[in-house]
Design a protein around this ligand. Sequence first.
Ligand SMILES: C[S@@+](CC[C@H](N)C(=O)[O-])C[C@H]1O[C@@H](n2cnc3c(N)ncnc32)[C@H](O)[C@@H]1O
Length: 219
Amino acid sequence: MKNYLKSYPITHTTIQLRDREIQLTIVDAPDRFLDELSREDSEGRLFLPYWIYLWESAIGLARHISEKNETFPEKYILEIGCGYGLGGIAACQAGANVVFTDFEHDALLFSIHNAQQNGIDSAIFIQMDWNTPCFHCKFDLILASDVIYEEQNWQPILELLQNLLSDQGTALFSEPNRKNADGFFKYLRNNGFTFEKTTCSISLDQKTTLINIYTVKRV
Ligand SMILES: C[S@@+](CC[C@H](N)C(=O)[O-])C[C@H]1O[C@@H](n2cnc3c(N)ncnc32)[C@H](O)[C@@H]1O
């Protein structure tokens, strides 16, 4: 075990993609850390440590990237709210230069470890809150797996797309068919974006979840 994964108990899992596997190291039995890692900001807003779970949306996004058989040579890709980094790792394996971001420091430690154990040595990892993005460049592709669950995040994520997605760029969102997701994509549509939706089923921990993948572009 790498000591930079701190004192978390860890477990290993293999994610099967179309033509390859991705090895992930994740927190074992994460429920027991929910209380310990939850925090409130000065305005009393509660932040739950969602990064400690591996979400079906990330598996759906990684499979989508591999099943599309796309390659991203020379492409600059930003992943927001990367958690364990699965989507970004799939994009790296397709040839992209990926910047992994999350506002949780320990999520980045795991994503660094996971990228390295899958042979990726040239990615960039930055602790970043999507409310205060730290880039002045544009990205060809933005990856966003299960990040639109709270409506308070819609405006900053829209602004991030407006500011950081290149004119011909694409954003890939994945989400587990939540009721409020339609609202986010209508909001994007009302603000200069268009999208296509596909659906897949992901089985994890003996449960099958419908995952929607949205391919978003500027109008
Ligand atoms: C539901 S998890 C999804 C993680 C990963 N993308 C996946 O699908 O497995 C949401 C992720 O967004 C991150 N996150 C939440 N709010 C954020 C913010 N304001 N800025 C950056 N990351 C944030 C969390 O730390 C967590 O990793």
